[in-house]
Design a protein around this ligand. Structure first.
Ligand SMILES: NC(=O)C1=CN([C@@H]2O[C@H](COP(=O)(O)OP(=O)(O)OC[C@H]3O[C@@H](n4cnc5c(N)ncnc54)[C@H](O)[C@@H]3O)[C@@H](O)[C@H]2O)[C@H](O)CC1
Ligand SMILES: [K+]
Length: 511
């Protein structure tokens, strides 16, 4: 599927947002008009959540984030709301559109020293946004702490002050918002942790930024929020005349007796997401244990040595292979990973396979480049660090994208904010799921889901995004107390929900 030029799922980082501003203004929209609409969106959000008569405190910073705050304060006051505006910095230091908006504010401007957030019913945080360039300190840091301690609803403008819109992290005090009103497109910091938690409800407002000018065939969107609209077009749909082989055959390369459950979880997940066949290739001594777990649709084959595995991998009908869950780390396990990397079957490398490759990402990248078939790696942070080190640091998004480019494969860097990164640069941040997914076997299920979608012909990046999104939704469906064994069975209802959703429901299905 060609990368979308634009999509309402696109994300823009701070620099991309500034460029969007600049391009829109250059195309003829005054910056003041953008600020007026931004401030209006903030005022509307405040109106929606503030009881009549409640006093509103608007905290404005020294830049355009503050400018948005001045607009919101003016509109709220005009709507009869009791508004107090406090400014961090001197009014004379304001410049550009923010100075214009401050001039249009006819009420008093309080200094931030001495303002008491607890005296108000709701606080608007218009201190800092995209221009944050160092940790908050001094009076403004104390003010942020006082706002958080007041326990009042907070509506943050663009991003909670103190939070990086690019990384979702903060190095100093940071506002905990009830709602964050942002503009045109989400930023990575709205979805990456802890930013997603600190933003509260994120409301996206159109303010007149020109998507047609910002995204072009030469400069398509590359960062996305993960949702069905991103991969719907290539999601497998059952053809009337299908048969089990057409639905794809998955091979799960397993280990010995020490790990029978994990590969079975993966294989069941592959079947539940639609693969027609799932076979477990295990060591001879584990065959009886696998057979004893049946009868179910899983097949098992004893793989006594590398040659036997090579033969399985060479079978024409095989359409995807998963190697890693409870594989083990001994010589035979290493040989199994090498055999998979030598094969030209779409592959998922997870768990022990990633540990086996630790420290040799470059060599693995060369082997992957020779495969001529898609490859997806599904590390958690520990496996990622062993394989890629800190991969140049920066945000989770930066690290995953660099790793994907380095190894030439799709990298799924798992967590509460899983990032899916493709080698050519596209990346998506996932926001489905729940803490209950942090349970033994959960990753084995995800690996099987990715393999199951690869087996049905989905391109690697879209397959990984779809599997991650569905895995999260399956976790939400099962909720607290779930065990990994519950997850494969939670997939079919989600598939039916996706199939029943019309195309229009898919564009921005927000999760
Ligand atoms: N297209 C859009 O998204 C629009 C965004 N708007 C708003 O503009 C801000 C970005 O404004 P900017 O002036 O670039 O920066 P800030 O207002 O976030 O910061 C002001 C200023 O503060 C200084 N600064 C940075 N960090 C610190 C710190 N830790 N302590 C003290 N001072 C600091 C720095 O000099 C900054 O320049 C965006 O968030 C939106 O709210 C437009 O209004 C509408 C279009
Ligand atoms: K803010």
């Amino acid at each position: 599927m060609a990368a979308a030029v634009d999509s309402d799922l696109a994300l823009l980082d701070v620099a991309g947002m500034a460029e969007a501003d600049r391009l829109t203004i250059a195309a003829g929209t005054p910056g003041a008009a953008l600020m007026e609409r931004a401030g209006r969106a903030v005022a509307d959000a405040v109106d929606r959540r503030t009881p009549p008569g409640a006093r509103i405190l608007v905290l404005c910073g020294p830049g355009n984030n503050g400018g948005d705050g001045f607009v919101a304060a003016r509109l709220l006051a005009r709507r009869g709301r009791p508004v107090t505006l406090a400014l961090a910095g001197e009014r004379e230091r304001l410049s550009g559109d923010a100075a214009g908006m401050a001039a249009a504010w006819t009420g008093p401007i309080e200094p931030i020293d001495g303002v008491r957030p607890a005296d108000y019913g709701l606080i608007v945080d218009a201190l800092f946004g995209a221009g944050l360039n160092r940790p908050l300190e001094g009076a403004v840091a104390e003010l942020v702490e006082a706002v958080n301690a007041a326990g009042r609803p907070v509506v943050a403008v663009d991003v909670p002050s103190g939070l990086s819109g690019d990384t979702g992290g903060s190095e100093g005090p940071v506002i905990r918002a009830t709602e964050t009103v942002t503009f045109f497109r989400l930023k990575p910091g709205h979805l990456l942790m802890p930013g997603r938690s600190l933003c509260g409800l994120v409301t996206l407002a159109e303010i007149g930024i020109r998507a047609d000018v910002v995204f072009t065939p030469e400069r398509p969107a590359v960062l996305f929020r993960n949702a069905p609209g991103l991969w719907r077009a290539s999601f497998p749909v059952l053809a009337p005349d299908t048969h089990k082989y057409r639905r794809g055959a998955v091979l799960v390369v397993a280990g010995g007796l020490a790990g029978v459950g994990a590969p079975r979880l993966s294989a069941r997940a592959a079947l539940r997401i639609g693969a027609g066949l799932a076979t477990i290739a295990c060591r001879p001594e584990a065959l009886a244990a696998h057979a004893a777990r049946g009868p179910d649709a899983l097949m098992q084959r004893a793989v006594a040595d590398g040659a036997a595995l090579e033969r399985l991998l060479a079978e024409k009908r095989l359409s995807a292979v998963l190697v890693g869950p409870a594989l083990g780390l001994d010589g035979e396990a290493r040989e199994a990973v090498a055999a998979v990397l030598r094969s030209s079957v779409p592959a998922v490398l997870d768990a022990d396979a990633l540990t086996i490759l630790a420290g040799s990402a470059a060599r693995a990248g060369r082997q992957i480049a020779r495969r001529g078939a898609p490859c997806v790696l599904t590390p958690h942070e520990g496996e990622f660090a062993r394989l890629f080190g800190d991969s140049g640091g920066g945000s989770k998004l930066d690290r995953a994208r660099r790793a994907a480019a380095e190894i030439g494969a799709v990298v799924v860097l798992k967590g509460a904010d899983t990032v899916i990164a493709a080698p050519e640069g596209r990346a998506a941040i996932n926001a489905t799921g729940c803490p209950a997914l942090a349970t033994a076997g959960s990753g084995d299920v995800l690996g099987g889901m990715v393999a199951g979608l690869l087996a049905q012909g989905m391109p690697a990046f879209e397959a990984a995004c779809a599997a991650v999104w569905l895995h999260g939704r399956a976790g939400e469906a099962r909720g607290v107390g779930l065990v990994a064994d519950d997850l494969p069975e939670a997939i079919p209802p989600l598939l039916r929900e996706l199939q029943d959703a019309g195309p229009e429901d898919w564009s921005g299905a927000e999760r």
